[in-house]
Design a protein around this ligand. Structure first.
Ligand code: FDM
Length: 211
């Protein structure tokens, strides 16, 4: 007899550099889905509210110093801290729209001297693997027209360029490139199509893990 399986939620990650509009879009699509009775939750990493998140917040605001390796592992621990709840929510049918994930972890840390991509990816193994990754990109001209960076640790344009290069190194052919040089509404239309399609095709597939 076939088990009468409940559709699970999709796990969808929005990635990209600062100022690309991904946070705005992630919040907007979650609002849309919930308005249409599709249970969905916005999640962002780093989650600054947890115990590791407070250390991360102090680090990003330059209140404390950490070695690059220690900082990297705390960002990863911050994801592992949320993993049980995330997996449970997804399996119970909630769609998770996640603003930054392991890929930011790798792309930002590996932009530092002496930090390589495979070392950076190792602690991510075993975390839930997203059903879709949307990579928001802006060309330099479009980026320069947006409001400037804040004053957190990584908000420096040379560093952000290295991060953008790393995203392009780590992406595979399943990632979806999003040209973020659009107004909020037009970008929203693009995002909505991809999200709806991902929810549809993920419903009866088991949630995978990073290997
Ligand atoms: N960041 C984010 C990392 O360096 N590693 C990570 O694992 C994650 C999830 O933290 F500069 C960086 C990316 C960004 C900073 O992110 C804070 P938000 O999205 O700007 O809060």
């Amino acid at each position: 007899i076939m088990a009468n399986k409940i559709p699970r939620g999709a796990f969808i990650v929005f990635e990209g550099c600062d100022r690309s509009g991904k946070t705005t879009q992630a919040k907007k699509i979650v609002e849309y889905l919930n308005e249409h009775n599709v249970p969905s939750q916005f999640v962002n990493f780093p989650d600054r509210t947890t115990s590791t998140g407070q250390v991360i917040n102090d680090y990003l605001r330059k209140k404390i110093e950490l070695s690059d390796q220690a900082a990297h592992l705390i960002f990863s621990a911050n994801r592992w801290e949320r993993e049980p709840t995330l997996t449970k929510l997804i399996n119970q049918g909630t769609n998770i729209i996640c603003d930054r994930y392991s890929f930011s972890g790798v792309a930002f840390s590996a932009a530092k001297e002496g930090m390589d991509i495979s070392w950076c990816f190792a602690p991510e193994k075993g975390l839930p693997k997203p059903d879709a990754v949307l990579l928001f990109s802006l060309n330099e001209e479009a980026l320069s027209k947006r409001e400037g960076f804040g004053d957190e640790r990584y908000e420096v344009s040379d560093f952000q360029k290295k991060v953008a290069e790393n995203f392009n190194k780590i992406k595979d052919n399943t990632w979806i490139d999003i040209d973020a040089d659009k107004d909020i509404e037009s970008l929203g239309v693009v995002v909505k199509d991809i999200v709806m399609d991902t929810i549809q095709r993920s419903q009866y597939k088991p949630l995978e893990k990073f290997v």
